[in-house]
Design a binder for this molecule. Structure first.
Ligand SMILES: Cc1ncc(COP(=O)(O)O)c(C=O)c1O
Length: 361
């Protein structure tokens, strides 16, 4: 790499990604532990076989049929012109920064949060700024108001529920933040985990708030992480701006057809969500009983800690066949909710390692 004329800010950077060790219990990337049911697999297979016959042609650049299927799924009087889709919500948010941020503009978020936000900023030459969240991981909106007034950001991104803490943002908080950001900025609410939450979605506010973009994904609750399909819901003007920066034919025919087929089975695909939510509550109750600190979560994972030596616990869990995630928060590990058997295995192995005060035995 030394001799390559790489952009200075990329020198020494590593590609983003969690370890992918092939251990029996993988609870490190917040996936849905259940594969799609057989009827969905067969419907996707059928549609892919049919569409393969026209793979000599480029896909629909405007993704019209899929955007209509997503609008039907989202409901709330959302028109297909208010929906945009791309390869995962990661690509959607990258496009948002491509359209609304860039040199001499900034992205503001509230830390700790999703570790890809600084990466989107870096790639689009946007200045990255992070305000600290409060000790309970909520956002202090009075403090945010001061920060935004002093130096208005082009884009504010908030994950709700937040990764890695599981903290939701209420519709009232979204409205308040939007009013702070408008008219010069855009507010992105990243709802990758919204289907696991009891809190109301910001989708209800899209018709009301012009500078709001709600981003969602089929990777988590839908259990289709391998499909790579994320979408944005916003005003038609915002969507038109995203269409300017998307690469031509960014979403393959294969992805579009598989996603349309899958959306026909939304209820079946989302069926495990209730079990995941109750397993999350069970894990939090188990931690509470043992006085092990954790953050109240509304997502399909729980942030545990601070622990006395989280790095050692992480390694020992991995040696015992359970992969969790180390986080940027000192002493804290994030564990995804898996199947009941996987969760039981986690509790058993973790329980062996951690005593009642959260210290290593
Ligand atoms: C908060 C948050 N947003 C977005 C994503 C990206 O999801 P996708 O698979 O749709 O790109 C993740 C993935 O872990 C996430 O945690």
């Amino acid at each position: 790499m030394k001799s390559l004329p790489l952009r200075t800010e990329l020198v020494g950077e590593e590609p983003y990604g969690a370890p992918t060790d092939p251990v029996p219990v993988r609870l490190n990337v917040n996936e849905n532990p259940y594969p799609p049911p057989p009827e969905v697999v067969s419907a996707i297979g059928h549609r892919l076989a049919e569409s393969a016959a026209s793979l000599n042609r480029y896909p629909d650049r405007e993704v019209r049929r899929l955007r209509t299927a997503l609008a039907d799924y989202v409901r709330r009087d959302i028109d297909p012109s208010q929906i945009w889709a791309a390869n995962g919500s990661n690509e959607v948010m990258h496009q948002i920064l491509g359209a609304f941020a860039g040199p001499n503009r900034s992205l503001l978020t509230f830390a700790p949060s999703y570790s890809m936000y600084p990466v989107y900023a870096r790639d689009t030459m946007t200045k990255f700024r992070a305000e600290d969240r409060s000790p309970d991981f909520s956002i202090d909106l009075d403090r945010a108001a001061d920060t935004i007034a002093v130096d208005p950001p082009a884009v504010v991104v908030v994950a709700s529920p937040n990764n890695p803490t599981g903290t939701p943002l209420s519709p009232d908080e979204v409205r308040r933040l939007h009013n702070l950001v408008e008219p010069t900025g855009i507010l992105v609410i990243d709802e990758a985990y919204a289907e696991f939450s009891d809190s109301d979605s910001a989708l209800d506010l899209v018709g009301e708030l012009d500078h709001l973009i709600v981003v969602r994904t089929l990777s988590k609750a839908f259990g289709l992480a391998g499909l790579r399909l994320g979408y944005a819901v916003a005003s038609a003007d915002v969507v038109d701006a995203l269409r300017i920066v998307r690469l031509p034919y960014h979403l393959s025919t294969t992805t579009q057809e598989a996603a349309i087929a899958a959306l026909g089975f939304a209820d079946e695909l989302l069926a495990p969500v209730t079990e995941v939510m109750s397993e999350r509550e069970k894990l939090m109750a188990w931690l509470c009983e043992r006085n092990i600190p954790y953050a109240q979560s509304q997502a399909n994972f729980v942030l545990i800690g601070p622990l006395v030596d989280s790095t050692k616990i992480f390694a020992k869990l991995r040696d015992r066949g359970v992969l969790v995630r180390e986080t940027s928060i000192p002493g804290c590990l994030r564990v995804s909710i898996g199947t009941p058997v996987e969760n039981e295995t986690f509790r058993e192995k973790f329980g062996e390692l951690v005593d009642r005060t959260g210290a290593v035995e």
